[in-house]
Design a protein around this ligand. Structure first.
Ligand code: AHR
Length: 503
């Protein structure tokens, strides 16, 4: 058995727990919208066709902000197709996912669903096939009360009050050759700056996210961020990061250390943004919107398998329906630890995605909805993390990985609410075969006792929840956790993620 020690102190503050870090993402892709959140014929559907069983799970997940409508989809999307009388809405070919888009769900329907879910709406504009004019048209439609052509059209379309959308993404993954309207950093930087300026002329309160790299392995990574920010630094508030992880070639130990890569990714983007800040002698600081992150087994998805016939573009096909294991959920929990550890600069993030498509929630048409393994670390972290993030001073063993070099066996972060004293500690044991005993020096936190101790692990790290066995995996109470004389002691089984709450 190995040992680790963590020291916490209420004065070691990284930053606030930003609720927007618990955001998610709904794209018109596969069965995320159609046969996911929306299935009018389902026994649990409400009067608008939304599945109430899915809504219950979304609320339990504790999702703060939802990014919509894409993703790659947005780069070919005409937002006007999704408003006005449903019977007049066009059917379109969605080039990004080779599907038929019926536009039954558009802005009004999604905004109403979002209200029911209790989440904030975050929109992306199309800078792939469209530009400045369409972006400001959409902003006028969503954020102006009335008295102009487009705001009056919104009222006529059924929504009296403006949607008042604050967070806006200036396109999606524009560095990716797969993206409709993919551009060079120079070209994207120019159109993003023009779009941002125009949007702010219309509504100065908007918060704008400029596209960073699609992942840190892109050949243009680093240079892309620098050039794009040189063009847009004073026009935007956030730069985006996207990252997806997967176990490759049976390297479970390397996969469990994926958050090491996320840490380095965030720190590189922050350093690049701060470099541009120095060169421009700016007073402003750009933060990170990590608006796509998750585990995703991309090698299981082949676009060529999907495109079977040019005349047949499927409606709501089963795409990217990854089934998540315990190990995948442990990685999701550790990626959340990484996001929280960077609370000084990562102030918004979106788990990609929410329902059916690389998602914590799965559904069957006409059938049940259930929680994937990844549901649990997200829901518990969103519920328990409160107040401020504390810098974890951690000592523990290390191990070598092919993918990330020498990495710590354990990772941890804590949050503390100075008003209520509520404290939460999140821990991951990356060892594939060793239990680790962790002692946590609670210092001057004033903690009087343990309230909750949840651990997610299993004898079989590849165990999963499925349609036939939807409750196979769930966190269990960790009975080893005790608080004595200002020290918390807890045993972490191999390949596990743990959340503790102290009062
Ligand atoms: O989330 C799935 C896809 O991953 C998104 O559409 C795209 O932005 C990213 O490449």
């Amino acid at each position: 058995m190995s040992a680790a020690h963590l020291t916490l102190n209420p004065h070691f503050v990284v930053g606030d727990v930003h609720r927007r870090v618990f955001g998610s993402f709904v794209e018109h892709l596969g069965r995320c919208v159609y046969d996911g959140i929306y299935e009018p014929g389902h026994p649990a559907a409400d009067e608008e066709g939304f599945r109430t069983d899915v809504l219950d799970l979304v609320r339990e997940l504790g999702v703060s902000t939802i990014r919509y409508p894409g993703g790659n989809f947005v780069s070919g999307y005409r937002w006007e197709d999704g408003v006005g009388p449903r019977e007049d809405r066009p059917r379109r070919l969605d080039l990004a996912w080779h599907s038929t888009e019926t536009n039954e769900v558009g802005l009004h329907e999604f905004a109403r669903w979002n209200d029911k879910a209790g989440s904030e709406l975050m929109l992306a504009v199309n800078l792939g096939t469209r530009g400045v004019q369409e972006a400001i048209d959409l902003l006028e439609y969503t954020n102006i009360r009335s008295g102009t052509a487009l705001s009056d059209q919104r009222v006529a379309d059924g929504t009296l009050e403006p949607f008042r959308v604050s967070m806006w993404c200036l396109g999606n993954e524009m560095d990716g050759p797969w993206q409709l309207g993919h551009r060079s950093a120079e070209d994207y930087g120019k159109i993003a700056s023009q779009t941002a300026k125009a949007m702010r002329q219309l509504d100065p309160s908007v918060e704008l996210v400029v596209c960073g790299s699609s992942n840190s392995q892109m050949p243009t990574f680093g240079a892309w961020e620098r050039t794009v920010l040189e063009h847009t630094y004073e026009d935007v508030d956030f730069i985006s990061c996207h990252a997806y992880y997967a176990e490759k070639d049976g390297d479970l130990a390397g996969f469990l250390a994926s958050a090491v890569d996320m840490d380095r990714f965030i720190e590189s983007v922050v350093a690049t943004a701060d470099h541009v800040k120095a060169v421009l002698r700016s007073d402003k600081t750009i933060n990170v919107s990590f608006d796509e992150w998750n585990v995703w087994y991309q090698e299981r998805f082949h676009t060529e398998d999907q495109i079977t016939d040019i005349e047949q573009w499927p409606y709501a096909p089963r795409l990217l329906e990854d089934q998540y294991s315990v190990a995948d959920a442990v990685v999701v929990g550790s990626l959340l630890i990484s996001l929280l550890k960077h609370a000084d600069r990562v102030t918004s993030a979106s788990l990609a995605q929410l329902v059916n498509v690389i998602a914590p929630i799965m559904t069957e048409p006409g059938g049940p909805a259930w929680k994937q393994t990844s549901f649990f670390p997200f829901a518990l972290t969103s519920r328990l993390a409160r107040g401020q993030v504390l810098r974890p001073e951690l000592t523990c063993g290390t191990y070598r990985t092919e993918a990330h070099g020498e990495v710590p066996l354990v990772d941890a972060v804590a949050t503390h609410d100075p008003d209520t004293g509520a404290t939460a500690v999140f821990l991951v044991n990356r060892s594939v075969d060793e239990t680790v005993t962790v002692t946590v020096d609670l210092g001057s936190l004033g903690v009087v006792g343990l309230q909750e101790a949840h651990t997610l692990n299993d004898e079989d790290p590849y165990a999963a929840n499925t349609l036939t066995e939807p409750t196979r995996v769930a966190p269990v109470d960790n009975k080893s956790a005790v608080v004595e004389d200002g020290t918390l002691t807890v045993e972490l089984p191999p390949v596990s993620w743990t959340a503790l709450s102290l009062g």
